[in-house]
Design a protein around this ligand. Structure first.
Ligand SMILES: [Zn+2]
Length: 233
């Protein structure tokens, strides 16, 4: 498909989608226009295969989002910090989810000894630092894909450390039980795996620790280190 055709297709697809949603539920857009109260702040990768609302089976209004290349969370990044501040202080989200993913180009670039070019090498500097700090473990993994998954996990772990050191997040955790989760999205299966970093360590779950987040059309259940999703009406 030519590029212009792709754009025209996207516009007509939007038109069809809006028509379908309105037909299915005439209150959907008027309700959406009246304001937002998302329960989840999602920090993820810009990768086109990781559209948070879609892969969570949720709907517009359910997830507040910040995405960048390789889901890097740096304490000095004012863009990420502003999103966190607004979501946590003003929208009062209940969960912060930091999501890495399999097959991340940023992870592969950080593992390579080649320069990417332009500003991109600067951007992935934190990932390069993770690679250097864990060189022995990473180099011992023979499979390229598995090595990229491992650095993606380490990147989420590092990002969670940065999030847990963020004063805005610390206050919300203490004052109203904000939860912070580190997860990994497997593009090859569509499943999200809880890595057990954040406010709930892996294995600390159990039935009593179930956390249910209800979106407009789906319910997300965090249970003993796993996230699962149920479609609801
Ligand atoms: Zn990525």
């Amino acid at each position: 498909m030519a590029e212009q055709d792709t754009f025209l297709y996207a516009l007509s697809s939007n038109n069809a989608w809006a028509g379908y949603k309105s037909h299915q539920n005439p209150e959907f857009f008027p309700k959406l226009a009246s304001g937002q109260s998302p329960k989840i702040l999602w920090l993820g990768c810009s990768d086109s295969r990781c559209p948070e609302t879609t892969i969570l089976g949720m709907q517009p209004g359910d997830v507040f989002v910040h995405r960048n290349i390789a889901n890097i969370v740096s304490p000095t990044d004012i863009n990420t910090s502003a999103v966190i501040e607004f979501a946590v202080v003003y929208l009062k989200v209940k969960h912060v989810v930091l999501c890495g993913h399999t097959g991340c180009g940023g992870a592969a670039a950080a593992l390579s000894n080649q320069r990417v070019g332009g500003v991109l090498d600067t951007w992935i500097t934190p990932l390069k630092a993770i690679r250097n700090a864990n060189r022995q473990e990473l180099d011992a993994i023979r499979d390229d894909k598995a090595r990229a998954v491992r650095i993606a996990e380490l990147n989420v772990q590092k990002g969670i450390e940065v999030l847990m050191a963020n004063v805005t997040i610390q206050e919300a955790v203490e004052e109203r039980g904000l939860d912070v989760h580190g997860v990994l999205f497997d593009i090859g299966t569509g499943r999200i795996r809880d890595l057990g970093f954040g406010t709930r360590k892996q294995g600390a779950g159990g039935a009593s620790a179930d956390e249910v987040v209800r979106g407009r059309h789906a319910t997300l259940v965090f249970r003993g280190g796993n996230a699962s999703m149920k479609i609801t009406r």
